[in-house]
Design a protein around this ligand. Structure first.
Ligand SMILES: [Zn+2]
Length: 245
């Protein structure tokens, strides 16, 4: 869940040999290795690393079991996981900013006023789309948690004090000793039944502030398919990320 690094920040091992005729790029055990002939300058090597930086960083991320990097996450035709389904991002312009979920698309309408500023500036446009999507995801998650939290709490027999939704990238939810719960707005990228599991998980922490056997027994009692939900989150990890731009 990190932004794409500029190529100049990539570290790599450079191995030169007199016998080599071409430059070879390799990612091994999560490290970048460049093999180059003696006659190629450091600058030329850096240029090639630069040209291949997205590919290299994705290979490194993949081998280190990290989410893939992306430099086109919030652009026309980007694929985004929304409510557990892969949607195609479509960007349009209108009177008011809006985000609409369609059968196959997630449609982001940028307001005409922003268009004047954003139309010639791809980066500004991407930032605007990212911001609107973030607001929308937060709203969706808040609505869902709001509608379902007290019902689940009653079933389990616990009393949460409050909840908030924020853009957490590395956790789905948390709970403190004051019975205040937090949820990641990115939960709207997962199916509702997975959000149900996260809600139950956090509520069960109101009885057991740990991941003991008793805690998991309480989770299972209230959400028998909890292992399926955990497996879903794990298997979609590579799509459940929200890179900075
Ligand atoms: Zn937990």
């Amino acid at each position: 869940m990190q932004a794409l690094k500029p190529a100049s920040m990539l570290s790599y091992q450079l191995i030169r040999s007199a016998k080599r005729k071409t430059i070879g790029l390799q990612v091994k055990h999560g490290k970048i290795i460049i093999r180059a002939p003696k006659f190629v300058s450091d600058k030329e090597v850096a240029n090639i690393v630069n040209a291949k930086s997205t590919w290299l960083q994705n290979k490194v991320a993949e081998q280190n079991n990290l989410p893939r990097y992306s430099n086109n996450h919030y652009q026309e035709n980007s694929k985004l996981l929304i409510k557990g389904e892969l949607k195609t991002l479509h960007i349009t312009y209108g009177l008011f900013p809006e985000v609409i979920l369609d059968q196959d698309f997630i449609i982001v309408t940028i307001s005409n006023r922003t268009k004047i500023k954003a139309i010639d500036n791809a980066e500004l446009k991407e930032k605007q789309v990212k911001k609107q999507l973030e607001d929308w995801l937060k709203q969706q998650t808040s609505n869902y948690v709001d509608e379902n939290l007290s019902l689940q709490a009653e079933k389990i027999g616990v009393l949460p004090k409050s909840f908030k939704v924020r853009l957490y990238k590395s956790r789905w939810g948390s709970c403190n000793s004051r019975a205040e719960l937090s949820f990641s707005s990115l939960l709207a990228m997962t199916p509702n039944w997975v959000i149900d599991y996260v809600i139950v998980h956090e509520l069960c922490h109101l009885q057991h502030m740990n991941h003991s056997r008793e805690f998991w027994q309480l989770v299972e009692l209230n959400f028998p398919n909890y292992l399926l939900a955990k497996a879903w989150l794990k298997s979609h990890q590579h799509q459940l990320y929200w890179p900075n731009i």
